[in-house]
Design a protein around this ligand. Structure first.
Ligand SMILES: [Zn+2]
Length: 251
């Protein structure tokens, strides 16, 4: 399946086309890895609350239209660019770094490897040893260009999540050395909250490797290798963007 999905295959005439045949789409199995965004949501204690309010309602605009049209409605959003399931751009921690609009779409589109390391203590970060052990147990390796998805703890999003530890600095360096495109996890912070040097963010974003935070439903994944899609919105100058993250497991 992943051969058919792999980007850049157009040049190789021997490979099937990127898009599956229409009948294949009927068997598509996707897992939505995205946190819903209700009004009032805050996904980091230092960030502002999400505001979703009416811009105009059907009742307000109806006089401008003719029956059977009952007018239109639209909403006004006031959100942090790090709200919910989102992708960090280098600019988040690197002054002068790339903003979201300059990050290649391929960084969060493509083959992913999923590692469930949620059996570690939640207050201990993800280490190189933990990842190597999981990879060895599955007979897998992280390849250049992979998107790495980590389930770091067994809880549901929001349950004491701000106390769970992220990725250790040596593990961030190890991921950079493997030339991955992005790493995603089920926490609001890829670093451990109390470490104000933010070594994981500095290392990964300094190497232009994407950080995806606040993934959910990782417990529903059944495959180690899958196709990941998590595209940022095309605002200009952002330090991050909400994404709709999905895993395509089969078709
Ligand atoms: Zn962020």
């Amino acid at each position: 399946m992943l051969d058919r999905l792999r980007l850049g295959c157009h040049a190789d005439a021997a490979r099937p086309p990127f898009l599956p045949p229409a009948e294949g789409i009927k068997r598509l199995k996707i897992v939505d890895l995205t946190l819903p965004l209700p009004p009032g949501l805050k996904t980091n204690p230092t960030h502002p609350e999400t505001i979703i309010t009416d811009h105009v309602t059907h009742w307000f605009t109806a006089p401008r239209y003719q029956s059977p049209c009952k007018g239109y409605a639209s909403k006004l959003l006031l959100i942090c660019d790090h709200i919910g399931t989102h992708l960090d751009a280098p600019l988040h921690f690197i002054p002068g770094g790339k903003s979201m609009d300059a990050v290649p779409l391929e960084n969060t589109l493509g083959e992913a490897i999923f590692l469930d390391v949620s059996d570690k203590p939640a207050d201990q970060p993800v280490t190189v040893e933990i990842m190597e052990k999981k990879l060895a147990a599955k007979g897998e390796q992280i390849k250049p260009g992979d998107i790495v998805l980590l389930r770091t703890w067994p809880g549901k999003w929001g349950d004491a999540i701000f106390k769970a530890a992220g990725i250790s600095w040596p593990a961030a360096k190890w991921l950079c050395a493997r030339k991955i495109k992005s790493v995603g996890l089920d926490l609001p912070n890829a670093d451990t909250g109390g470490d104000m040097q933010r070594p994981c963010h500095m290392e990964l974003l300094g190497n232009e490797i994407g950080i995806i935070e606040n993934l959910v439903n990782l417990d529903k994944l059944t495959k180690t290798r899958l196709f990941f899609i998590g595209l940022p919105l095309h605002f200009i100058g952002l330090t991050a963007s909400p994404i709709r993250a999905i895993a395509v497991e089969e078709w």
